[in-house]
Design a protein around this ligand. Sequence first.
Ligand SMILES: Nc1ncnc2c1ncn2[C@@H]1O[C@H](COP(=O)(O)OP(=O)(O)OP(=O)(O)O)[C@@H](O)[C@H]1O
Ligand SMILES: [Mg+2]
Length: 276
Amino acid sequence: MTNIKRDKKPSDPCGVVQSSTDDGAKTDGVVIDCKIDELYYGTFKAVRDTAVPVNRNKITAFIGPSGCGKSTVLRCINRMNDLVRGFRFKGHVHFRGKDIYHPSVDPVAVRRYIGMVFQQPNPFAMSIYNNVAFGLRLNRYRGSVRDKVEEALTRAVLWEEVKDKLNKSGLSLSGGQQQRLCIARAIATQPEVLLMDEPASALDPIATMKVEELIRQLRRDYTIIIVTHNMQQASRVSDKTAFLYLGRLIEFNDTDQLFTRPREKQTEDYISGRFG
Ligand SMILES: Nc1ncnc2c1ncn2[C@@H]1O[C@H](COP(=O)(O)OP(=O)(O)OP(=O)(O)O)[C@@H](O)[C@H]1O
Ligand SMILES: [Mg+2]
């Protein structure tokens, strides 16, 4: 099993990551290359003609009106759609140059490298400590679990608020604290990529600001993809933005440029509030 330590390159028992000089030079800093030609749920074509290259240590935002396919594309990136009956797609998702849909790749191993934070904070019904320790134990982490729990909670900017009540239930925290706990849980096992599907939409404005600040801080160590309905949020936190509309990528660009000088008329209409 993987003993995850940041200073060591993780071992790769399930073949998710190439063993040699797999990143950087060859891929121009692109850690995830996601190309969806056609994606179906049963007979319904939900996404088509969408290619998003995701850069290492950058924050990439997916924006677009409800139902345009943001969550669908996000879930493709760590094979969460595999759990949906009738899901199939034509295209590829490469993580560090390797096809994560190759039959030899274990989807559970993919999710160890590419973690996810959901819209509704979903702490497990267990203590704050055990919420964060959970993945470490699952991965048979051999170092000090206590230290790792503190480190993850500190990085999630929650440690000061919970250090005296680690044995209290994770469910006893406020919504914003629960979301930071879920982020601590996701980063404890040190994935490389974090997928966040509207991580602040269930939170009040102050909790939202804290989560946004945390996301910006995490960029130093992680590659982040965030789905958001909130265009101000996308422009505040992200480096790159992908605008999707009716199941298709319309524009992918530097965030500044997309919001100030969009190339496409549909992007301009959307960001200026003319639809959606
Ligand atoms: N499990 C599923 N089974 C069948 N259809 C689905 C499923 N999940 C999503 N869809 C459909 O795929 C399309 C894209 O949905 P998706 O959830 O990706 O949109 P979204 O952009 O995330 O929307 P929202 O902003 O409302 O969350 C929609 O038409 C939706 O109804
Ligand atoms: Mg969604």
